[in-house]
Design a protein around this ligand. Structure first.
Ligand code: FEO
Length: 408
């Protein structure tokens, strides 16, 4: 049975929700699911904007058939050919063999590379600024390279101000009936997962997102609805959404606060992390998140690192190196170009305390615009009373730095 929602009088959401997938991109847990959004425009011509992941293809096809109501499908616009959106295009071609496919040159190249059979169709290659008129509706194509793949574009419906934004402004979490951001409590229920989606999927490409935001700013007055490929559709509160994207894409923290990420084999480094958290609270800094890197997925660590102004890395020394799971967190930070944070270090070791120097070296060599506080807590196996002064100094340095951080 079809399951669709009306977006505007001419545009329908024909996507579907996925609660079965455990790991998005086979990396990131999605305990609350995800939606794959596709949209269908009914005009003199019928136009499908993107398709869906193979896993929800059956639902999607029923949706398309229902909204078409017996009409043929004339066009399929592919804004982003990554298979979580493009995988069902061959099924569309099989059912609607007259469909013309509109996309970018790189996108067609990647479709062939993935083995999608498109070459019996009429292919319309578009580039920045090209337009197509489908009847009442005229759309303009805007290139959006690296948001999140090189072939990506977004499409602006100039008639009704609908921005088909591809991965931009997307989020984890299945829609489950709700379609619009104003139908959910986004700040309370969705923001954390939207951040985890952005920072881990698109986080590396901040300058490219900035470039797209610059283009969007020039036509902001024309945009009435934002239709991303995951998560809710936006039809108001654009300043809220744009503020988040502005921060995330410039690696600017959302809040003054600290993520204390620790690795601990026998609970001693953990005890130091907890002790530091208590000291910070005593001194008035309560926006603290304490995470065991061994039991917190790295996508959540990355998300919290983007959110907060400060980071404490507390690592045991393991085989004379950084604890492997902590090293993995650092490698993810490097891969995603995490930058502009203030970091404090806690190290531990029983016969050779190496992790502090090694973490400092990693940060100095691989992460841009990081400030490492001079105060470091260094432990030999366990936290003892003689470390109280060092702990106090570390807490004081963090509190001073957090209080002096300019986060609006
Ligand atoms: Fe949701 Fe980059 O694909």
């Amino acid at each position: 049975m079809y399951c669709v929602r009306k977006v505007t009088k001419d545009v329908f959401w024909v996507g579907a929700n996925d609660h079965r997938l455990h790991l998005f991109e086979n990396i990131h847990p999605i305990p609350l699911g995800v939606s794959y959004n596709a949209y269908l425009l009914l005009d003199e011509k019928t136009v499908l904007f993107d398709t869906v992941d193979w896993s929800v293809c059956r639902q999607f096809l029923e949706n398309v058939e229902h909204v078409l109501g017996g009409r043929d499908l004339d066009y399929m616009v592919i804004n982003h050919m990554e298979p979580d959106h493009c995988a069902s295009m061959e099924e569309i071609v099989l059912r609607y063999p007259n469909v013309k496919i509109i996309s970018t040159e790189k996108s067609f190249m990647l479709m062939r590379q993935f083995g999608f059979k498109i070459d019996n169709q009429e292919l319309i290659e578009v580039k920045e600024g090209d337009t197509t008129t489908f009847g009442k509706h005229t759309v303009a194509y805007v290139e959006a390279p690296m948001v999140h793949w090189p072939e990506a574009m977004v499409t602006l419906d100039l008639t009704d101000g609908i921005l088909f934004s591809a991965d931009a402004f997307g989020s984890f979490i299945a829609l489950d009936g709700k379609l619009f951001a104003d139908e959910v409590n986004f700040d309370r229920d969705w923001l954390d997962e939207a951040r985890r989606y952005y920072t881990n999927i698109v986080g590396k490409y901040g300058p490219h997102v900035q470039h797209l935001l610059g283009k969007a700013a020039k036509v902001l007055d024309k945009i009435k609805v934002i239709c991303p490929l995951h998560g809710p559709v936006w039809r108001d509160d654009f300043p809220y959404l744009l503020d988040k994207y502005q921060r995330w894409s410039t690696y600017t923290p959302e809040e003054k606060g600290v993520l204390i990420a620790y690795s601990s084999m026998y609970g001693n480094t953990e005890a130091a992390a907890q002790n530091l958290a208590s000291k910070l609270c005593e001194k008035g800094v309560t926006n603290i998140r304490v995470c065991d890197v061994s039991s917190t997925h790295v996508s959540e660590l990355i998300s919290q690192t983007f959110k907060l102004s400060h980071l404490v890395l507390a690592s045991v020394t393991y085989n004379l190196g950084i604890y492997p799971v902590m090293l993995d967190f650092l490698e993810h930070m490097k891969a995603l170009h995490v930058q502009k944070r203030t970091i404090a270090l806690i190290e531990n070791g029983s016969w050779a305390v190496k992790s502090g120097d090694l973490m400092q070296e990693f940060i100095d060599n691989n992460l841009a615009d990081m400030t490492i506080l001079n105060e470091r807590l260094s432990l030999a196996s366990a936290m003892h009373d003689d470390k109280a002064v060092e702990l106090e100094h570390l807490a004081d340095a963090l509190v001073e730095s957090i209080n002096n951080t300019d986060v609006k």
